[in-house]
Design a protein around this ligand. Structure first.
Ligand code: FRU
Length: 468
């Protein structure tokens, strides 16, 4: 069967067939970027987890590789769950969670998880070496190892859920990668009683701080819909080996869109800290499932920490190499209830807009993709909002965050068939979500409702490239 291209992205990593969730084992190794991912190759639904694999020279053009890990051994018979990669003495090591359901049950209370390793000489074929850390006493959920090297030791953070249902992160260490010390330190723990698990932890230096990144489960929704029951976020603090982690900045969200989960970071060949996430949520509707595939990664984003302890996330520079057919959008005033056509078929593109906030009194102004998506400045409520409305796919929701108090608002948006990623004021806020334009209506327009809005300037680029 040939690939149905209606929703298939041009410049994001997605499987041609089967299911994808979390990014795993992101690494630059032996001259290539490797991305692995949670994968069910036999259907577009979640199932016994494999590790899919792709390689790239630039983190944008991906080449699919054979499946790297398949479940089936005693300790991973029900799934090779999420994890990370390290490169050591020319070999590629994958650390992952061996997942089994005790007594053949398939529910949360019967989960048994251990940390396992597989090693490769050629970066393509992996040999499993079994369990390196058994499940510690008192923790049932114990998964998603992230490993790194620092100060003469290898370190591993693992997400865990204790008997009191408190999400937390455990820290282990070793000197030789295979013999891990069973003793652990509790690096950080939730203060929110509702949060029973911290999935996919990451722990890394940024600026002169250490970031703890994770995906909490159980967090109560705030003033928007149920979609932030599961979300992503980070803590900022100070850490040195064998010292406690001192938190200096409490929980912040990393992305304000509807679909952003399980981000993982790694170092690019030049030392930039890059993050990619799964651009879906567990409870999202996934219309591409009918086409035999589901799930894609976000764009790779470069992370830096600002002076206020906030992560700034910008699309990697390499993306500029995709720009074609540049079109300048001149300075314009959109008068009350008008719109401006930017492109009739904006399926794969980049859009930059600079709005003059001081001279825009419209109630709402921003851009539309077809009838389904609006991204706008909500002047009345001083918010930025991304709203989706696709009745055909039972999708109707919106998410908002504070409108920055700047004179101008710079928006950089990327559309790629079934995704939209918006970067505000050079990465101070980001919104990521999947989009499913009904009847393939990708008309891209600017709009202003009640009163006027002033656009200082804008640019549009086509980013389309052939997919076979
Ligand atoms: C996060 C997660 C991980 C787990 C994996 C299973 O999305 O639930 O905790 O390892 O997905 O596919």
């Amino acid at each position: 069967k040939s690939l149905n291209k209606q929703f298939y992205p041009h410049y994001h990593l997605a499987p041609y067939a089967g299911w994808l969730n979390d990014p795993n084992g992101l690494i630059y190794h032996d001259g290539l970027y490797h991305a692995f991912y949670q994968h069910h190759p036999f259907s577009s639904l979640w199932g016994p987890m494999h590790w899919g694999h792709a390689t790239s020279e630039d983190m944008i053009h991906w080449q699919h590789q054979p499946i790297a890990l398949a479940p089936g051994d005693e300790y991973d018979k029900d799934g090779c769950f999420s994890g990370s990669a390290v490169s050591h003495e020319g070999k590629l090591y994958l650390f992952y969670t061996g997942h089994i359901w005790l007594n053949g049950a398939n529910d949360d209370s019967a989960i048994h998880q251990t940390q396992c390793v597989a090693i490769s000489d050629d970066g393509i074929h992996f040999e499993k070496k079994g369990v390196v850390i058994p499940s510690p006493e008192g923790f049932m959920h114990f998964r998603d190892p992230k490993v790194w090297f620092q100060d003469g030791k290898w370190w591993m953070v693992v997400g865990a859920r204790d008997a009191l249902d408190q999400g937390q992160i455990l820290l282990f260490s070793t000197t030789d990668l295979l013999n891990w010390n069973d003793e652990y330190q509790t690096l950080a723990k939730t203060e929110d009683k509702n949060v029973y698990m911290w999935e996919c932890p990451d722990f890394f230096p940024l600026g002169n701080h250490f970031i703890t990144l994770f995906s909490p489960q159980g967090k109560k929704s705030q003033d928007y819909q149920f979609r932030n029951l599961y979300q992503n976020g980070y803590l900022v603090g100070q850490w040195a080996p064998d010292q406690p982690y001192e938190i200096t900045h409490q929980f912040s969200e990393l992305d304000f869109g509807q679909d952003f989960y399980a981000p993982q970071t790694f170092l690019a060949k030049d030392g930039r800290r890059i993050a990619m996430a799964w651009m879906d949520m567990w409870e999202s509707h996934m219309p591409s499932q009918e086409h035999g595939w589901s799930g894609c990664f976000t764009l790779p984003r470069e992370l830096v920490l600002n002076d206020q302890g906030k992560i700034i996330a910008n699309p990697i520079e390499e993306l500029k190499t995709l720009r074609q057919d540049e079109k300048i959008i001149p300075s314009t005033i959109l008068i009350k209830n008008t719109d401006i056509l930017i492109n009739e078929n904006a399926t794969c593109c980049e859009l930059e807009l600079v709005w003059d906030l001081q001279n825009s009194s419209a109630e709402k102004f921003g851009f539309w993709i077809g009838n389904g998506i609006q991204f706008y400045i909500d002047n009345q409520n001083q918010k930025l909002t991304l709203s989706r409305h696709y009745p055909k796919y039972i999708i109707s929701d919106s998410r908002s965050t504070e409108l920055p108090k700047t004179k101008q608002l710079k928006i950089r948006a990327f559309i790629d068939k079934s995704s939209l990623e918006v970067f505000i004021n050079d990465g101070e806020q980001t919104f990521s979500c999947r989009i499913y334009p009904q009847d393939s209506d990708y008309t891209l327009k600017l709009f202003a409702i009640n009163q006027s809005a002033k656009l200082d300037n804008g640019t549009f680029w086509n980013l389309e490239r052939a997919i076979s």
